[in-house]
Ligand binder design. Structure first.
Ligand code: COA
Length: 317
């Protein structure tokens, strides 16, 4: 039996920081409101010249170094992103060029904040069907490029970054299970419509925050049950919750459902904001770098995002 195992993890954050105090200068908001309602203190913002593939490339390079393999050994590149460099070619093809590799398949997937979980799920199946041996799964987003910085309910939330893993064929079990879902009927609650503003087409995030919040919390409850039942595991078997970072109150609600102390939850939202598809691999790398996540630990990753899409991955690291 072939399993897929994470053998390398890397991440990248753009240099520029946007703090709540900075936002206070241009918006009718306060550091106190943002911190108490979201848990966010600051987020990283890509420069105008930095594209999503640049962030993804840096994270991928770090993951490949961490995996101690040669770049040429990568035989599939999957990039989960909502903010591709261009409509086409795919950001994955741009990352492939930047890495200096040719010929391996490369494609993007679009599942907004659940994109990395979708990517892991697809990659796991490529490995288990012996279709690839070393897959780069990258979550990368430049959400600042689709954020309306005059809208206080959105501008405070989003950040930019990228995280990547090398997922490899292994005799040891790494990914125990993945579960992915979607329900398109809630499109209007969270989307990026095309609007004519003056003579220009504007495409920025629009969200009914409190409605999204309630559905996210209820859905994440079900995700946790689904992952545990599928693997006949108990809540207490999980060493670390590595969640999508949308709002500290959503993280707290999921931890409560798991009867888990917040000490067992990897939290980066205070420093990263919501980086969409990048947030889980960024949190994973943060958990490893800080010495919390260790080899052999059982990790539950879960995400909820636009679409709506949602999903989980249960992983023995
Ligand atoms: N500063 C100050 N006040 C703000 C504000 C800001 N940045 N943004 C909104 N407000 C105000 C609203 O105008 C509203 O004022 P009113 O009561 O006078 O109308 C009040 O705060 C409450 O707004 P509400 O939208 O109900 O706040 P909330 O507690 O739901 O928090 C979010 C807003 C966006 C932080 C929260 O709803 C959220 O995190 N939603 C889900 C995010 C998510 O999961 N996204 C998708 C998954 S990726």
């Amino acid at each position: 039996m072939i399993f897929s195992k994470i053998i390398g993890v890397g991440s990248y954050l753009p240099k520029k920081l946007l703090t709540n105090k900075d936002l206070e200068k241009s918006l009718d908001t306060t550091d106190e409101w943002i911190t108490s309602r979201t848990g966010i203190k600051e987020r990283h913002i890509a420069s105008p010249e930095e594209q999503t593939s640049d962030l993804a490339f840096e994270a991928a390079r770090n993951a490949i170094n961490n995996a101690s393999i040669n770049t040429e050994e990568i035989d599939l590149i999957i990039v989960a992103t909502t903010t591709p460099d261009k409509i086409f070619p795919s950001t994955a093809c741009n990352v492939q060029t930047k890495l200096g590799i040719r010929n391996c398949p490369a494609f993007d997937i679009q599942a907004v904040c659940s994109g990395f979980i979708y990517g892991l799920s697809i990659a796991d199946k490529f490995i288990k069907t012996n279709s690839a041996k070393n897959i780069l799964v990258i979550g990368a987003d430049s959400m600042s490029k689709i954020t309306d910085y005059t809208d206080r309910s959105n501008a405070i939330l989003w950040g930019d970054g990228a995280g990547a893993v090398v997922l490899s064929a292994s005799k040891k079990q790494g990914i125990l299970s993945t579960h992915i879902h979607a329900d398109g009927q809630y499109e209007e609650l969270l989307h990026v419509p095309k609007r004519n503003v003056g003579n220009k087409i504007q495409q920025t995030i629009e969200m009914q925050g409190s409605q999204v919040f309630k559905i996210a919390v209820n859905t994440l409850d079900k995700i946790v049950d689904e992952a545990l039942i599928a693997n006949q595991l108990q809540k207490e078997d999980i060493d670390w919750l590595v969640p999508h970072q949308a709002n500290i109150r959503i993280l707290e609600a999921t931890a409560k459902k798991l009867e888990m102390s917040m000490d067992k939850v990897i939290v980066t939202i205070d420093r990263h904001g919501n980086t969409s598809a990048a947030s889980i691999p960024l949190a994973l790398d943060d958990g490893i770098q800080s010495g919390k996540i260790k080899s052999g630990h059982l990790l539950l990753m879960e995400a909820f995002g636009g679409g709506f899409t949602w999903g989980s991955a249960l992983i023995r690291y």
